[in-house]
Design a protein around this ligand. Structure first.
Ligand SMILES: [Zn+2]
Length: 314
């Protein structure tokens, strides 16, 4: 039987908040079966907790933010969520002392490293997958995203469309058969990117004060500004795919189906997941048992519980 997963022990990370530029500390704690992923703002008295779910995503301007009905928010959750998807972590407490998670290096890699070092445990409860039962499609002008039934696993096919000298057309399309190892190898290190003119605008308006070349790929009108260049030749489309992995894991269940999208982003990805869940005929919550060997499954990251990193700083 495929079982639910959580962390083996608590672990913390510190880093800079993208919006505030201030130091942020986050602690991840193991959670029991069927908890889901629960975020808690420990800087508020009393503390405020909210469950990670598609309906809690209420702001997708600069990043994906969870916002509760009182307006309490936790921003920049998408890269962490993508890492959780790669490990198949269903249950976790995430305690953060600010309105946002640390942006780390603008990718999911620091979270992969952290959880690989910490180790996982399986819980005595079946893991639920979200199997796509029929096609769902959402559109916004020329942008679109869809989920389709498939024969096995989770496959992503994404195209971006930027007209920029540093973005080769042939490098704006990417297909990935998703697995934890494939995510860690192909997507995890892809960083957020933005344009210099947007950075200047945001800083002038007191936005993204923590944004820098340490946590984003920045492009001017001609080239990549970062002195070390790109981590992958196609880092831009890979980052958009990383974002989609995180956005589609907002209800803490791994998807079994094909994801196809053109020029999608956080808002459209969230709309797609909500559309899938809006009608029970669109999906099936299923478990995978040992006598179902022929059923589709996903290989997750299996951290060797070797040396323990108890903190990580960025
Ligand atoms: Zn992102």
């Amino acid at each position: 039987m495929n079982k639910q997963r959580t962390l083996k022990q608590a672990v913390s990370a510190t880093g800079i908040g993208l919006h505030s530029g201030a130091k942020v500390e986050v602690t991840f704690r193991p959670a029991p079966a069927n908890t889901g992923i629960i975020y808690t703002r420990t800087d508020l008295q009393p503390n405020v907790s909210m469950r990670c779910e598609p309906d809690a995503v209420r702001d997708t301007q600069l990043c994906t933010a969870l916002v509760d009905l009182n307006g309490t928010r936790i921003s920049t959750v998408e890269h962490l969520t993508a890492a959780l998807c790669a490990f198949g972590i269903d249950n976790l407490y995430v305690d953060v002392n600010a309105p946002e998670l640390p942006v780390m290096d603008g990718s999911a890699h620091p979270f992969i490293y952290l959880f690989e070092s910490t180790g996982l445990v399986e819980l005595d409860a079946p893991k639920y997958y979200l199997r796509v039962a029929r096609k769902v499609r959402v559109e916004d002008q020329d942008k679109w995203a869809e989920l389709l039934p498939n024969e096995g696993g989770f496959k992503l096919d994404l195209t971006i469309d930027f007209n920029h000298p540093a973005m080769d057309r042939e490098l704006q399309h990417f297909i990935l058969q998703f697995s934890g190892p494939a995510f860690a190898r192909e997507l995890a290190r892809a960083r957020t990117f933005c344009f210099m003119r947007d950075v200047e605008y945001m800083h002038a308006h007191n936005l993204a004060l923590g944004g820098s070349l340490d946590n984003a790929v920045v492009l001017d009108d001609y080239r990549v500004v970062n002195p070390d260049g790109l981590r992958y030749p196609n880092e831009f489309v890979k980052h958009k795919m990383l974002d989609a992995v995180g956005d589609l894991y907002m209800n803490c269940h791994n998807i079994l189906g094909d994801f196809k999208a053109y020029k999608t982003g956080h808002a459209l990805n969230n709309k797609l997941l909500r559309a899938l869940l809006s009608d029970e005929a669109n999906y099936e919550l299923m478990t995978i048992t040992d006598d179902h060997k022929a059923e589709p499954a996903i290989e997750f990251l299996h951290p060797a519980s070797r040396s323990m990193a108890s903190t990580l700083s960025f």
